[in-house]
Design a protein around this ligand. Structure first.
Ligand code: PRP
Ligand code: MG
Length: 181
């Protein structure tokens, strides 16, 4: 196994840039939900870093909960079916909910999740994602809070994995070709 720094060929977003953007998003969300209760829902496992840092950028009270979902089949999203591996512990009826994820790729996960949570009669459901790949979208997803739109390249770090590695990197970047061979 090569050293982690050698595996990253191009850093797209540094730790400082990520933290700065998350603080901006937190301010935006705080403004929009002023005077309202707020539950943020992180989507395991990729959203762990974003949830931890976004939540700590708030200067107000909020609640945190988690869901884990998976596509049927062998990790490909081709089936278009999502199932819940771990559901919320919270009853969201009448609650204001913001779903937090680190990336929207095809849009399957969050379009399905939004519809699923909306059926539980919350006061509102919105999405916050750190990254979005507009060229990869195959599903319609209304996203209120986006960190950055990025090209359709495979990125790792800050929660994003390649075969379960690189999630713990502080930066987000693309992998060197030798990693794949
Ligand atoms: C990744 C990522 C998003 C989702 C985006 O999660 O964290 O949740 O895929 O892809 P989509 O827009 O095409 O649905 P994944 O299901 O790979 O699991 P992980 O979070 O545990 O890495
Ligand atoms: Mg995920």
């Amino acid at each position: 196994a090569a050293d982690v720094p050698d595996d990253l060929v191009n850093v797209l977003f540094t730790e400082e840039q990520i933290q700065g953007r998350l603080r901006e998003l937190a301010v935006e969300i705080e403004t929009d939900y002023a005077g309202k209760d707020l539950l943020i829902v992180g989507i395991l496992r990729g959203a762990v870093m974003v949830m931890a840092d976004l939540a700590r950028s708030f200067s107000r009270h909020l609640e945190m909960d988690w869901m884990a979902v998976s596509s049927y089949g062998s990790g490909t999203k081709s089936s278009g079916v999502v199932r819940i591996l771990k559901d919320l512990d919270t009853d969201i009826s009448g609650r204001h909910v913001v779903i937090v994820d680190e990336i929207i790729d095809t849009g399957l996960t969050l379009s399905w999740l939004t519809a699923n949570l909306a059926s539980r009669t919350p006061a509102s459901v919105e999405i916050c994602t750190l990254l979005r790949k507009p060229e990869a979208l195959t599903m319609q997803v209304d996203v209120k809070y986006v960190g950055w739109d990025i090209p359709n390249e495979f990125v790792v770090g800050y929660g994003l994995d390649y075969r379960e590695r690189y999630r713990n990197l502080r930066d987000i970047g693309t992998l060197a070709p030798h990693v794949y061979s």
